[in-house]
Structure formats: C-alpha cells, structure tokens
Design a binder for this molecule. Sequence first.
Ligand code: UDP
Ligand code: MG
Length: 314
Amino acid sequence: MDISVVIPIYNEEENLPILYEKLKNVLDRLNKEYEIIFVNDGSTDNSWNIIKQLAEKDKRVIGVNFRRNFGQTAAMSAGFETAKGDIIITMDGDLQNDPEDIPKLLEKIDEGYDIVSGWRKNRKDAFLSRTLPSKIANALISKVTGVHLHDYGCSLKAYKSEIAKNLDFYGEMHRFLPALSKAIGAKITEIPVNHHPRIYGKSKYGISRTFKVILDLLLVKFLLDYRTKPLRIFGGIGFILSLIGFFILSYLVCIKLCFGHSIGNRPLLTFGVLFFLTGIQLISTGIVAELITRTYYESQGKRPYIIKEIINRD
Ligand code: UDP
Ligand code: MG
C-alpha cells in the first residue's frame, strides 16, 4: 500500500459524498495504491451510514467506527493505527482542505522530508474567534517548541508512516505532531495550501479550544524537555527558595534569642516564611511532576479511544 488518507468525521453527512468523489479523482490520477480511512468519531447524524455505503461499493474505503465522540485527535490516532500505507495523509472531512493539494505534499515527501505540513495562507475562518487566536497560538508554539511553522493547526499534512506510527498523542495534540516528531529526528517542511470556507455543517470548535491548546503546549514543552533532561526545575527552584527562607528564619531566631530583639513586625519575617513554605511546596510539586511523567511513559500502551467496528479491514 502506498498512500493512506486519514479523515476524522464528526457529523459531516453532506460533505462525505462530495469529499469522497474529489479524493478519488485526485488519488486515481496518481497511479498509486491507496486507501481512504474515514474515522467516524461518534457522529449523531447519518455520517456512519454514508461511510458504510461508500465502503460497500469501494473496497479502498475503510470505515472505523468509534463507540462515542472521542475528539479529532483520537480519531487521527485511530486512523494512523489502522493505516497500511507507506505515506499517511491527514485532512478534515468538511471540504475546507483541498484534495487537489495532495500531489504537492507527496512531491515534498519524495524530496526526502518525513513530514509536510499545510499552511493555510488564506485562511477562510472567522477572524476574531478563530484566525486571530490561532495566529497567537502559532507564535507561542513556534517559540516554545523550537519547530518553526506558520500554521500548526492545519489538518492537511503528509507523514512517512514510520514517523506517524511512532507518535503518541491525545487532547488537542494533533497540532504538535511536527514538534513531537522533531524530537524523534524527523525532517519537516511546510507548503502553502488552499483553504475553503465551510459550506455544509458547522464547525465543532470555538474560542475555548485556544485554552486547551495552550495547556497542551505547556505539557508538550514538559515532555520534550523531559526527553533530554529530567524535569527537576520545580525541585531546583523550590530547593533554593526554601534554603533562602531557612537562612532568613535562622537569622531572625538568632537575633531574638541572642540579643532579645523583637522580630514580630519585621518585613523580613514575612519573606522568610513565604520563601520557606513556597520552597517546600515547589519541592513537593517537583516530586509529583516526576511521578506523573513516569506514569505517562508507562501508560503509553493505552489508547485514548474505543472502536466499535471496522469495515473493509480484517
Ligand atoms: N472532528 C472530529 N471530532 C470532533 C470534532 C471534529 O472528528 O470531536 C472532525 C470534523 O468532522 C472535521 C475535522 O475534525 O473533519 C475538523 O473539525 P472542524 O471543521 O469542526 O474544525 P475547524 O475547521 O473549525 O478547525
Ligand atoms: Mg473545518
């Protein structure tokens, strides 16, 4: 199998038949072996029936049906797991990404890149609630992860499957796949792609996703650093603070006991107590952080979704 196209689907009944036709059109022209994997993420409309119908008449359509809605990232992860292609392409199921861009992504993979990411240079989404927050998020992600792309959120991407299959992700993390892949040595590039306004169905996201993305960003930073140096930063700062606090408090106790000075109304007392207690707190946080990180690595075998059925794949 040469190419697997992975598409998360959550209530896209009007879009599915059109998307399938467009994709087939592009993929047939490539003269390569391909499969289209629709992952139904607990749709409440007719999407799953449509996927079943498509799969019935075209054996290259694989349908993965989730038990309930687990989110776009989980759906992508299930698609990666199911995929048999040497190259995996991800895209949205709402016709906002353009199948016509796929050959351009593949060209870059042929040039030797492991991941080619789409850049929605002319993004067709609401400015205030979507495009602007994502511009800010993109700038932050670029700074924090050290992997510099213009548009992390674009679903249209191509991956060499050996890279895709080595990635673990959940939450809103599909946008951090380039950063996580860099940590395992992937070569990444970006090309401008088309973006169309959504015509059928509604967007499943609003502004609240930006906050989830920022939380995931902190976590990714944490995980990336942990690969090279264990996260001892809480413990380190905590140790220094509690040490300073300890010296201040010892000094105060000393002048009280040795010289009989009153220490009750000194600002230094507040600092001493504050530093000492905050330091102890941070040391404890450091220990908890360490434990959580280990648990994370040990539990990597777990999948963040449950599959009810798969069609056209034994
Ligand atoms: N999606 C999904 N599960 C969800 C939300 C979205 O599988 O819980 C799919 C959705 O069907 C679409 C893609 O993820 O194919 C992107 O969703 P959407 O178009 O709503 O996001 P936006 O383009 O507004 O960022
Ligand atoms: Mg969309």
